[in-house]
Design a protein around this ligand. Structure first.
Ligand SMILES: Cc1cc2nc3c(=O)[nH]c(=O)nc-3n(C[C@H](O)[C@H](O)[C@H](O)COP(=O)(O)OP(=O)(O)OC[C@H]3O[C@@H](n4cnc5c(N)ncnc54)[C@H](O)[C@@H]3O)c2cc1C
Length: 319
């Protein structure tokens, strides 16, 4: 388990007081919280239910010097087999309120993009259709600027409310963070990048600005996008979506296929034969299997085509 002094009973008690005892779990397998269904234990998993409780958790850990990892739907994560030291803050069902006001939809960070899009469609609001099949939470979508079918989160995002870490003061003392609302233009969003990621901000909620539309037509468009996804992607097997970012001027999946790697395996990690851009868990794969396969794919594509594939999947924790 942990090996830092300050992660003691007092910290656990303060966390339990902030979020309620039922929302603190010790030694929780992360395989339960990632779409890869892979990952060793988090020392402590905390699931706050309110923004105030979330801020209290983040401040408590910051001041105690306990590392914090925020996890949404775990759909872009490869968690190491030895798990994650410190506190994992899981923002999902407990933190997923959605409200619609005029043409704006505001959602808490743990709401699934899918549910936000469905609420928007019900209210006759258009803009989220291409994105709704991405299995992201709102927090994860803002962090990654998740996108699909020539659209991305930044296209419809109006603002995010974030926790900004305090950092140490001049004397080295660790400080509380603050809560701020940032407009889309302040978020430096680009291809799979954002200020949320580069500055370690924690998304509390986000507001999307949408356009009025017809509910039935919006739902029909959403169904169309979903069909395209089902045709192309190996949705029947656990994965973290596209394993690699799109290299400039190429498609990762095509390069991997042309390198003869369809179906290539390390342990139970496999390059999908349906879409070579996906590494899938073919049953009981370890994080070491997936990491080994990623390295094999990178080496092979580099040797054959001189192209460097950069993982899109985020590898976190201890391997
Ligand atoms: C079948 C499948 C299809 C996919 N298709 C697409 C696609 O079409 N387009 C695409 O872009 N991606 C796709 N993905 C990848 C993934 O869904 C996205 O990267 C998504 O944005 C991750 O969101 P998440 O909530 O699961 O985040 P997680 O995987 O839980 O976390 C990803 C990163 O975001 C951070 N994070 C999560 N929540 C917060 C928060 N509240 N505040 C701050 N940081 C936070 C985490 O710390 C982590 O670094 C796909 C994945 C799968 C499994």
């Amino acid at each position: 388990m942990h090996d830092y002094d300050s992660f003691n009973e007092d910290v656990i008690c303060t966390l339990a007081m902030a979020v309620g005892e039922d929302n603190v779990t010790m030694v929780e397998p992360m395989s339960r919280h990632t779409t890869f269904q892979i990952g060793g234990p988090a020392d402590v998993l905390v699931t706050p239910e309110t923004p105030e409780a979330l801020v209290k958790v983040l401040d408590t850990c910051a001041i105690a010097g306990v590392p914090v990892t925020v996890v949404g739907n775990g759909s872009d994560l490869l968690v190491g087999d030895r798990g994650i030291r410190g506190v994992v803050v899981l923002l999902r069902e407990n933190f997923s309120g959605i409200s619609v006001e005029g043409t704006r939809v505001t959602a808490e960070a743990g709401a699934l993009l899918r549910d936000v899009a469905l609420a928007a469609a019900d209210a006759g609001l258009s803009g989220l259709e291409p994105l709704w099949g991405i299995p992201a939470t709102v927090g994860g979508a803002c962090f990654m600027n998740a996108g699909a079918y020539d659209a991305c989160t930044a296209d419809v995002l109006e603002s995010v409310t974030v926790y900004v870490p305090g950092g140490p003061d001049e004397g080295g003392a660790r400080l509380r963070g603050s809560v701020r609302t940032l407009g889309r233009d302040e978020l430096d969003m680009g291809y799979r990048k954002s200020r949320v990621a580069s500055e370690g901000l924690v998304v509390i909620s986000a507001t999307f600005a949408l356009a009025p539309g017809n509910s039935a037509m919006i739902r029909a468009d959403m169904d169309g996008y979903q069909r395209r996804r089902e045709e192309k992607q190996p949705l029947d097997l656990p994965s973290a979506g596209s394993t690699f970012k799109r290299p400039q001027g190429y498609f990762a999946g095509k390069l991997i296929m042309d390198a003869g790697l369809a179906g290539a395996r390390v342990g139970a990690a496999e390059v999908s034969t349906k879409h070579c851009g996906f590494v899938v868990n073919a049953g009981g794969a370890t994080a070491a299997d997936v990491r080994g396969l990623i390295a094999h794919v990178q080496d092979t594509v580099r040797e054959q085509f001189g192209v460097e594939l950069e993982p899109e999947v985020r590898m976190i924790g201890e391997f």
